[in-house]
Design a protein around this ligand. Sequence first.
Ligand code: IFM
Length: 449
Amino acid sequence: MTLGFPAGFRWGTATAAYQIEGSTTADGRGPSIWDTFTARPGMATGDPACDHYRRYREDVRLLSELGVPYYRFSVAWSRVMPDGRTVEPRGLAFYDRLVDTLLDHGITPMVTLYHWDLPEALQAEGGWPNRALADLFADYALTVHKVLGDRVRQWTTINEPFCAAFIGYGNGDHAPGIRDEGAALVAGHNLLLAHGKATQALRSAGGEQEVSIVLNFAPVLTDVDDAAHREAARKFDFLHNRFFLDPLLGRGYPPELLADLAHLGTLEPAIADGDLEIIAQPLDVLGVNYYAPARAVPLDDPETDSNCPLPGLRGMDVQPPRGELTSLGWEQRPECFTELLLWLHEHCGGLPLVIAENGAAFEDEVVEGRVHDEKRVRYFAEHLAAVHTAIERGADVRGYMAWSLLDNFEWAMGYTQRFGLVHVDFETQERVLKDSALFYADVVARNGL
Ligand code: IFM
């Protein structure tokens, strides 16, 4: 039986600048927080990653061979503005060439303006906890739009502000590696403000562009259905899934969430008059990243810190995943994807949704020139079926971007986790299409599964 997707469904693949480009000092690029963070002893760095800065033509040819019509990539702020403010034309020219090459191959570019690689110069000014960055981000958005806006219609301001704020400034597992929960909350608010101001700037530039933000969602599961477990799940759900979503929808931060975080003392004072109106710019679509659910459990002492990225979310812990896991240890639950999309459809009042990332890391091996990545094929098949079910049940899902086109630099995990449809040998930079790439190409060609 074929599971057909709606006519015009947008099929694509996604990448991010720091994860694939390499060439971190080429053509005047300035350091980003990820260059500084990965300079720590023992860490893999984003150089050469997939050497995409020099091999982008080859990568676009691969995309074209696969017949996947959309490509979501991110622009590195520190390539375009090495100090966060001053334009480097050679950096902009790279993205200009990339967009032209994509269009020459009939592939529609989708631009993400921020996928975690803040110019180090702006971190030196305090990073995202400094609200001045919101205006600088809007200037940067406009600068990129001036060059690409005649050819790019789909714009995403920020990818996964949850990770940028809470993993970057909360538990410090990501760049800039700061552990300061109070600062993390302010960073989260300022990222939203930056999104709002950039959206205003993009709209003021005129044209027909579609503006979105991409959020990563984790439906929360519990083992027991009692009041204590429901409250533990509620706490994590509000931090993970609603901290960003509700202000974007014009509802402000949920009062319960403000109460959960009140003892940290920084979020409410950071919300200036008018901020919530700026944040709530109408969105054309919401970008949804889904990989896995989370599991929550109550802690007996409501004053005990949590093991989640924001320990001050007290009284709950995240439990280890279970069942079938990916190589990153993430639980495979396609049914949670369906439920998430249905919930989003309802919670966001029918706002169109695009899956901006979904995929899985497994240990792949090239054997006689082939990569038989059955587990990834199954992951995609099950998760696409889950999206299909959500559409059948009424969710307005307009597209799906597989994460990721290429095996790449997986942040703090370096090159140990392979998410690609295309295998990359990081020694030789040879690319080999995995079975999952052929599977996905077939899905795209049929517009169905
Ligand atoms: O690789 C990341 C990506 O940069 C953001 N979303 C999750 C992916 C897998 O961890």
